[in-house]
Write a protein that binds this ligand. Sequence first.
Ligand code: E4P
Length: 214
Amino acid sequence: MKIFIDTADVELIREHAEIGIIDGVTTNPSLIAKTGRKFEEVVREICDIVDGPISAEAVSPNAPEMIVEARELAKIHPNVVVKIPMTAQGLKTVKVVSAEGIKTNVTLCFSSPQALLAAKAGATYISPFVGRLDDISAQGMGLIEEMMEIYDNYDFETQVLVASIRNPLHFIEAAQMGAHVATVPPNVLSQLLKHPLTDIGIEKFMADWEKVPS
Ligand code: E4P
């Protein structure tokens, strides 16, 4: 399973990229707004840090404008993946721009029929938002299970990118289900890395090392 980091904070991206665990980055308008910086400037900087797919979201409401916007975003850097909302206008856009070789990430997916339609339109990635489903007492990870089964039945090339991950269990279950990608916020990445027994083990080894005669 590929690991993307779900943030537009370049310092956090740099920090995790240096560890060597980041295959790509996802952003959205809310994450960009949090930085207080200009959109294109942030996307360019992220592309300089991580050599992998970088999702940048289109915000036009209708397909004709969204198609123009997608082409502009794709020009920023060859690694840019255009994030497109799961709407009829979005799917029209995906159909047109994917035929031109532009990579797309269909976002805000909350059901398996939506996932099937996005794959048929030619999306490179589909982003089901598991945390937001859990928030309304639906089974976020149940959606991933359904989607994986449907995609396997038809051999779609679209990759399932599990998004809106809120905790390590989402991540583990995504891997157990064979999801292609998980996009993980920095706080959850830190939770994935750490284990109290690792810290206790290091402390004990270091204390014992002091007793070894030099
Ligand atoms: C995915 O690409 C989105 O940026 C993100 O995962 C949304 O997560 P949230 O529901 O925690 O805002």
